[in-house]
Design a protein around this ligand. Structure first.
Ligand SMILES: [Ca+2]
Ligand SMILES: [Ca+2]
Ligand SMILES: [Ca+2]
Length: 267
């Protein structure tokens, strides 16, 4: 009797698991290859569901072997993930408040995260120990209109951050964390960015990549923030971007879908 019950229970479990996978399978986005591939040269490669809530920033580790991402949920962590979306670990030593961006200084191997509501950037070791906290002066009144992107310039050790909106600002801090640039972002036409949600610096081409959630767009500018190229992403909530500068493979995280997207940038 016990044997039969066990087997019935197992069968029930299997049926439940199949139903759950069908329901959640349907909730996933469609294959987006047609949707996102566009004439602009950003070609969809693949996407992977992340077991992380609201991933909001992304950077490739300096060893090139994995990515770091952050969840913007209060009490969540910095996560180490593979290029196919597997979680490899997390930093238990730092619980975020509203982390919206992450970058790495390859000159000393430390991480920097952007805390949106605190208007702060925080330096962490890759073991999760806090090394320093820096206030970033922004005029934004609404708590959730704050810092959304951060990236490091390894050539001069300046850090770039973006303030999401009201106002949309690109802010550059020097090695003493003094503001040396605070520039409104008011691009027009095909370069219009209604908000700023992610940031990446290409230190080889000296170009700045800015992602916009509301405009569903990625814009690349020169060092003086003149827009050069625009890519339509076809969906909102992209909040982190990182690029492998050897291959120009582009990684982005989507805060709504909890998904890692992979693209190739082709000429
Ligand atoms: Ca977010
Ligand atoms: Ca925000
Ligand atoms: Ca936020």
């Amino acid at each position: 009797m016990k044997y039969i019950l066990n087997n019935s229970f197992k069968l029930l479990l299997i049926i439940i698991l199949i139903l759950v996978s069908i329901v959640f399978g349907c909730a996933e986005p469609l294959d987006t290859s047609d949707e996102i591939e566009n004439e602009s040269g950003l070609v969809f490669v693949d996407s992977y569901l992340l077991p992380i809530n609201d991933p909001s920033g992304l950077v490739i580790d300096m060893n090139g072997e994995f990515l770091w991402t952050v969840s913007d949920d209060p009490g969540q962590y910095v996560y180490k993930i593979s290029f196919t979306g597997d979680v490899l670990g997390y930093l238990s030593g730092y619980k975020g408040d509203d982390m919206e961006g992450i970058t790495m200084n390859p000159n000393d191997g430390t991480l920097w995260i952007a805390e949106e509501k605190f208007r702060q950037i925080v330096q962490l070791t890759t073991d999760g120990e806090v090394l320093q906290i820096v206030d970033v002066p922004v005029e934004a009144q609404n708590p959730n209109d704050g810092l959304e992107g951060i990236t490091w310039n390894p050539n001069n050790n300046h850090v770039y951050v973006v303030n999401e909106k009201n106002p949309r600002k690109f802010i550059e801090l020097d090695t003493d964390f003094e503001v040396v640039r605070s520039v409104p972002i008011d691009f027009e036409g095909e370069f219009t960015l209604l908000d700023l949600s992610g940031l990446f610096y290409d230190h080889i081409k000296d170009e700045i990549w800015i992602v916009s959630d509301d405009s569903q767009r990625l814009v690349i500018t020169d060092q003086e923030l003149n827009p050069l190229r625009a890519f339509n992403l076809g969906r909102d909530k992209f909040e982190g971007v990182a690029v492998d500068l050897e291959t120009y493979r582009v990684y982005m995280v989507n805060d709504r879908e909890n998904r890692l997207y992979v693209f190739d940038l082709v000429d």
